[in-house]
Design a protein around this ligand. Structure first.
Ligand SMILES: Cc1cc2nc3c(=O)[nH]c(=O)nc-3n(C[C@H](O)[C@H](O)[C@H](O)COP(=O)(O)OP(=O)(O)OC[C@H]3O[C@@H](n4cnc5c(N)ncnc54)[C@H](O)[C@@H]3O)c2cc1C
Length: 451
C-alpha cells in the first residue's frame, strides 16, 4: 500500500497568533489528508492576555481567561503537542521539543510533597524531534527589564497568568499585613503601590487596582483608612499613553487625577530593592515601597536569540511583506516575536493582539496559496482603533481612528471587542456573568491561601 506523502505545518506557540493560525488553517485544509497541522505550546492552555489586569485585581477568575488547547483542537483538523520548544534547527528543518522532563519547572511547580512523591520517579526526559515543510514562529515575547538592577529580582511583571495571580495575592497580603502594623513608616511602605510603565497595560492595571483597593479591600480591614494607600505611576517617557489618540490620553489623565493617582513622567526607574525603588529624571527620588508592578516593556522571546536571523532592537524576527522570515523559504513569523514594518513607516507594528490576529489571517491565506501554487498576498494592517479601560465601568476608545467613546459606552465597546476574541461560547458566558457580578457585588478580597 502506498503511504501518503504529507506536507507538515508546525506552529510554535498558541497565543493569539498561533491559535488563530491553527484554527483557520484547519478550516481551509479540512478535506486535505495530505496536510498535517501541528500546534505546539509549553502551556496546555491558550491565555487571553488583555484581561490579565482583571485577574490581578480580583474581578475575573483566573480560570475564565484560559482555554484548554486540546478542547479547541477537538473536532478540528490539527493536533496539539504540549511541550517546550528547546531548539529550532532551520538548516535541517527540525524542532526539538521537551514534553516530559523531571527537572522542568512545570514538575517543580506541582507541589509534589503534598502527594509524597519525589521528582526522581517521574518518567525520564522525553524529547521529541519534529520535522516540517512549513514553520510558523508565534512564540510571543517576554517582559523587558532592560537590565535595570534589581528589577528582574524584585518587580512583579504582569505578563502571564501566574504573574497576575501572584500580584493579586501580593496586594491582598499587603493589606492583611498593614492591618496589624503599628510602625507608621513601614505601614506607609507596605501600602504604597508603584506601577512602572504608563502604556495601556500600566494604565489599565493601576485604575483597576485603585477601584479594587478603594471599593472593596479597604472595607475589609478594620485599621486601614481611606487616606492610607498610595498609588504612583512612573513613566520614563514624556507623557502617558504615548501611542494613543489625543482623546484617550486626555480622558485617561483626567481619570487618574480624579483617582488621586500620582503620575511621574520623565521618570525612569533606575534600580529596585526590596524596600524601595530609585527613580531618576529631573526630580530624582527614592520611593519606599514593597510593590513595583512592571508594565514597562516587552521584548521578543529569548528562544529566538540563538537563531541566525535578522532581528530588530528588541529581538523580533524581521519578516517581509508576506510575513516570511528573510532568506528562509517556508518559515514565517507573526505576533509579538515578529517585526513587520510596512513600506514608508519608521517602525515595525506594535506588539498587540490586534496585530497578531490580523497577521494570522493573512498568513493562513499565504500558506494555502503557496501550497496551491498561487501568488501570495502582501500583509496590510488595518488599525481598528484603540481602547483603554479606566477601572470599573469606564473606558475610553477611539474606534477606526474617529469614533471616540468614553465612560460607560467606552467600557461596553471595550468589553464587546474583548468578547469577540475570547475562544469558546462558555468562556464568553462566564466572563459576561463575572462582569455582571462585578457591577452588582463586591469583587474578590481574600487570598487563595487561607491561614
Ligand atoms: C497584561 C497585558 C495586556 C494586554 N492587553 C492588550 C489589549 O488590550 N489589546 C491588545 O491588542 N493587546 C494586548 N496585549 C498584547 C497582546 O496580548 C499580545 O500582543 C498578544 O498576546 C501577542 O500574541 P502572540 O501569539 O504573538 O504571543 P503570546 O500571546 O505571548 O503567545 C505566545 C505563546 O507561545 C508560547 N511559548 C513561548 N515560548 C515557548 C516555548 N519555548 N515552547 C513552547 N511554547 C512557547 C507561550 O506559552 C504562549 O502561549 C496585552 C498584553 C499583556 C501582557
Amino acid at each position: 500500500m502506498q503511504t501518503l506523502e504529507k506536507k507538515k505545518i508546525i506552529i510554535l506557540g498558541a497565543g493569539f497568533a498561533g491559535i488563530f493560525t491553527a484554527i483557520n488553517l484547519s478550516r481551509r485544509f479540512k478535506k486535505r489528508p495530505d496536510i498535517e497541522i501541528t500546534l505546539v505550546d509549553g502551556n496546555r492552555y491558550h491565555l487571553f492576555k488583555p484581561m490579565l489586569h482583571e485577574v490581578a485585581t480580583g474581578s475575573v477568575d483566573p480560570t475564565h481567561i484560559i482555554q484548554p488547547i486540546r478542547t479547541v483542537a477537538r473536532g478540528r483538523n490539527f493536533s496539539f503537542i504540549e511541550g517546550f520548544v528547546q531548539r529550532i534547527d532551520l538548516k535541517n528543518k527540525k524542532i526539538l521539543i521537551c514534553s516530559e522532563c523531571a527537572s522542568c519547572t512545570k514538575v517543580k511547580d506541582m507541589n509534589l510533597d503534598e502527594f509524597d512523591i519525589s521528582g526522581k520517579i517521574f518518567k525520564p526526559l522525553k524529547r521529541k524531534k519534529l520535522d516540517y515543510d512549513y514553520l510558523v514562529l508565534a512564540v510571543g515575547g517576554q517582559p523587558n527589564f532592560y537590565k535595570i538592577p534589581g528589577v528582574q529580582d524584585f518587580a512583579l511583571p504582569l505578563y502571564s497568568l501566574e504573574d497576575a495571580v501572584k500580584i493579586r495575592e501580593h496586594v491582598s497580603r499587603a493589606f492583611e499585613i498593614a492591618d496589624h502594623l503599628e510602625d507608621p513608616e513601614i505601614r506607609k511602605r507596605v501600602l504604597t503601590f508603584v506601577v512602572a510603565g504608563a502604556g495601556p497595560t500600566g494604565i489599565e492595571f493601576i485604575t483597576e487596582l485603585h477601584d479594587w483597593i478603594f471599593h472593596t479591600l479597604i472595607g475589609n480591614f478594620e485599621n486601614i483608612r481611606k487616606e492610607d494607600p498610595h498609588l504612583t505611576l512612573v513613566e520614563a517617557g514624556h507623557d502617558i499613553l504615548p501611542f494613543s489618540a489625543e482623546n484617550i490620553r486626555r480622558d485617561a489623565r483626567k481619570t487618574l487625577d480624579e483617582m488621586k493617582i500620582e503620575i511621574m513622567v520623565d521618570s525612569p526607574v533606575l534600580g529596585l530593592e526590596k524596600k524601595h525603588v530609585e527613580i531618576g529624571g529631573q526630580n530624582p527620588r527614592r520611593v519606599d515601597t514593597s510593590t513595583l508592578v512592571w508594565a514597562a516593556g516587552v521584548k521578543s522571546n529569548e528562544l529566538l536569540d540563538d537563531l541566525d536571523l535578522e532581528k530588530d532592537r528588541i529581538g523580533r524576527v524581521k519578516v517581509d511583506e508576506y510575513l516570511s522570515v528573510l532568506n528562509h523559504p517556508g518559515v514565517y513569523a507573526i505576533g509579538d516575536c515578529a517585526a513587520f514594518q510596512a513600506k514608508g513607516h519608521d517602525y515595525p507594528l506594535p506588539q498587540t493582539g490586534q496585530v497578531a490576529v490580523q497577521e494570522a489571517a493573512c498568513l493562513v491565506k499565504n500558506i494555502v496559496h503557496d501550497i496551491e501554487g498561487k501568488a501570495k498576498k502582501p500583509f496590510r494592517y488595518r488599525d481598528m482603533g484603540s481602547m483603554v479601560s479606566l477601572g470599573e465601568r469606564s473606558a475610553v476608545s477611539n474606534i477606526f481612528g474617529f469614533i471616540g467613546l468614553s465612560g460607560l459606552l467606552g467600557w461596553l465597546s471595550w468589553k464587546l471587542i474583548y468578547l469577540r476574541h475570547l475562544i469558546g461560547i462558555h468562556r464568553k458566558a462566564r466572563v459576561i456573568l463575572e462582569w455582571f457580578f462585578d457591577i452588582t457585588y463586591d469583587r474578590e478580597a481574600s487570598r487563595h491561601k487561607f491561614g
